[in-house]
Every structure is written in structure tokens, then in C-alpha cells.
Design a protein around this ligand. Structure first.
Ligand code: GNR
Ligand code: NI
Length: 189
């Protein structure tokens, strides 16, 4: 297993459409395992392959909150086959959009078809935070970030700040300074 570097916006790879896997072979299983380790280390509750620079339709999730406990979930070629008419709003964050959060409305319940870690076809009904998260991850496979669901004014402000933060980090690293990274416990993912 390995912890992989996570790409942050703006990065052209995060805007690309990922390709389906043909089968869940040893390589795809290795990717799933590395992604799970990377997600736990971040920490996050979901991760999509394009976030680690691999343009394959693979996602991993593990939601552990008071209301929902899923254990690790591995999904290749996930597809939403049914969505509820009613939406819910969650304040979303993303490991590829660090330190920014916005309310996003999405269907409250979705049925997802996917290939699991063994390559078996599965279907699962997701609700609550899991429904939001699985839709957020599938969006990544289509080059869509949660900031694409908010106003362009707010999105451009966030992208501008991310670019500025990256430039400052690069400059500090060039000058040999230690990284000054503040953690916001209120929004720890
Ligand atoms: O860790 C994460 N938390 C989260 C919270 C609300 C809605 C979506 C997410 S997914 C995010 C990890 C991530 O960026 N996955 O792509
Ligand atoms: Ni994300």
C-alpha cells in the first residue's frame, strides 16, 4: 500500500472525464487499496482516482459518523441508476479544494450500481451523508468539483485563493521555509 499525492484545484487533470475500467484486475485492486490508505491519511471520507492523477472510474469511501457507518467501500465504474426527487443540502468540502466549504444541494437518496473490490457487480441504496459523498465522488470522475455547483462568483474567488496559496507555498519552499499549515478543527474532514 502507498499514500499518493492528492492534486488540488486548479489542475487540468481534475477537469477531465475518467475512463471506465475493463475489469477489476490486480492493478485496479492495488489502486483501490492505495486510494483507501491515501483517503484515511488525508483524512477524508471519500476519494476519486482523478484526485491522485489516475483518470479511471474508481472511487473509495468510508463514512463513520453517528448516523452512518459504512466501513470501506470500493467502487469501479459507479453509476447512479435511480435518484430521489427530493434534495438535501450539505456543507461540502474536498481534498482537492482544501480549506473551502460550500452548501450543495443533491438528491437525498441514490441507487448506485458498481463493481466491487472483487469485480462483482453490486447495487446499493445510499442516503444521508453517503448519498452526498457518492455523488461528489462520481462528479470527480466526470471532471466536476463541488465548486462547479455554486455561483461562478464564489467559485472564481475560491480558485483565485487556491492559486495564491499554492504560489505562496512554492515561494516558501524555494526559500527553504517550513510549511505553515493551519488546521481548522471545525472543518476537519
Ligand atoms: O472528506 C470529504 N468530506 C466531504 C464532506 C462533505 C461532502 C463531500 C465530502 S468528500 C471529501 C473528500 C473528497 O474530496 N472526496 O472527493
Ligand atoms: Ni472531492
Amino acid at each position: 500500500m502507498a499514500i499518493l499525492p492528492i492534486l488540488t484545484a486548479p489542475d487540468p487533470r481534475l477537469k477531465k472525464k475518467s475512463l471506465p475500467v475493463e475489469t477489476v484486475d490486480a492493478g485496479v485492486r492495488q489502486l483501490m487499496d492505495d486510494m483507501l490508505e491515501t483517503m484515511y491519511a488525508a483524512p477524508g471520507i471519500g476519494l476519486a482516482a482523478p484526485q491522485v492523477g489516475v483518470l479511471k472510474r474508481v472511487i473509495v469511501l468510508d463514512i463513520d459518523r453517528e448516523d452512518v457507518k459504512t466501513g470501506p467501500l470500493f467502487m469501479a465504474n459507479p453509476e447512479i441508476v435511480e435518484a430521489s426527487d427530493d434534495d438535501v443540502i450539505y456543507e461540502e468540502g474536498c481534498l482537492s479544494v482544501p480549506e473551502h466549504y460550500s452548501d450543495v444541494a443533491r438528491p437525498a437518496e441514490v441507487r448506485v450500481r458498481y463493481l466491487d473490490h472483487e469485480g462483482n457487480s453490486q447495487e446499493m441504496t445510499c442516503e444521508g451523508l453517503l448519498a452526498t459523498c457518492v455523488q461528489h465522488e462520481i462528479d470527480h470522475l466526470d471532471g466536476i468539483l463541488f465548486i462547479d455547483h455554486i455561483s461562478s462568483l464564489k467559485r472564481n474567488m475560491i480558485l483565485r485563493k487556491l492559486l495564491k496559496a499554492r504560489k505562496e507555498k512554492e515561494r516558501d519552499e524555494a526559500e527553504g521555509k517550513a510549511p505553515a499549515k493551519a488546521q481548522d478543527p471545525e472543518h476537519a474532514l
